[in-house]
Design a protein around this ligand. Structure first.
Ligand SMILES: C[S@@+](CC[C@H](N)C(=O)[O-])C[C@H]1O[C@@H](n2cnc3c(N)ncnc32)[C@H](O)[C@@H]1O
Length: 279
């Protein structure tokens, strides 16, 4: 798939980027009002389990004041801002889509954090990351979308200082696909790539790039989370339609039902955390 097609498919999935402004309005904020990071944290984390994996990254990476951190696929910058706020480190928030990037920049600026969070826009594969620039790399549910994972891990390795560390939270495949229903759900979820690696595949890819790797499986939590999220959206559909409109809600529900099937009914997909050190 060409880079342009990849981008287009991502844009369709993340087309509701302006939702955060509706959510802020509900909280009583007006356009351009200054914001607090602590008000945003329930709204701007576009990955499972809210702040918990970001706190896990801070702890496992041992992020210190002044450290330089790259956030791969930063979305609207939720994890980047929280990390910089919590640890006083410097974050580069790298994001593919111009709309996500623009909203991320706006929120960072309104939080008064442009000195600690720098937003860059582009495909991570072609973004100039520099050599030995970062103490740490983090990423939350993004790497699945990158087609050339061997190249990505080699580039991230080169961008880290000696002894630097990477943390990422990611979906992985738990078994082989067994029938056409499972394949259709997986294809819809994968969006712009053909395959989902297993946990062992990811470990091997990281080791091939030169990293020393530890893995924390979290698949039971993925199963619980996706089921609970589906119940919530299914039961409260009318309320969400009133807030966000039918197109947005139906688009999300399709993804929410699919991930519930993949992580529960089919037992095909789980997820976990990878911690790796440059040696
Ligand atoms: C599930 S969202 C997670 C966003 C963010 N990490 C968070 O947790 O709030 C995935 C993000 O990855 C971005 N993305 C996908 N492919 C990318 C690529 N090749 N380079 C940079 N970002 C990418 C998407 O545009 C989207 O914003």
């Amino acid at each position: 798939m060409s880079q342009e097609d990849h981008k287009l498919r991502q844009r369709i999935r993340y087309r509701h980027v302006e939702k955060i402004y509706k959510d802020l309005e509900e909280l009583g904020y007006h356009d351009n009002d200054p914001l607090k990071v602590t008000d945003l944290i329930t709204l701007d984390q576009w990955h499972y389990f809210g702040l918990e994996p970001v706190d896990a990254a801070i702890k496992l990476l041992d992020v210190r004041e002044g450290a330089r951190v790259l956030d791969v696929g930063a979305g609207i910058g939720g994890a980047s801002r929280y990390l910089a706020h919590k640890t006083k480190c410097h974050v580069t928030a790298a994001e593919l889509l111009p709309d996500n990037h623009r909203v991320g920049q706006d929120l960072t600026s309104r939080c008064g954090m442009t000195g600690s969070v720098k937003h860059v826009c582009g495909d991570i594969i072609t973004t100039e990351l520099g050599k030995q620039e970062f103490d740490h790399v983090m990423s939350f549910q993004v790497i699945l979308y990158v087609e050339d994972k061997p190249r990505l891990f080699r580039q991230l390795y080169d961008s880290l200082k000696p002894g630097g560390t990477i943390f990422f939270e990611e979906f992985y495949r738990l078994k082989d696909v067994e029938n056409s229903d499972e394949q259709a759900a997986l294809d819809f979820f994968l969006l712009c790539v053909n395959t989902m690696p297993t946990q062992q595949d990811y470990k091997q890819l990281l080791e091939d790039a030169g990293f020393q790797v530890t893995v924390h499986d979290n698949s039971d939590a993925y199963s619980e989370y996706t089921h609970g999220r589906w119940e919530n959206w299914d039961q409260q559909r009318d309320k969400y339609v009133r807030l966000y409109g039918e197109d947005m809600v139906d688009g999300w529900l399709k993804l929410i039902v699919t991930t519930k099937k993949l992580c529960n009914e089919f037992g095909l997909v789980g997820g976990g955390r990878f911690l790796a050190r440059k040696v």
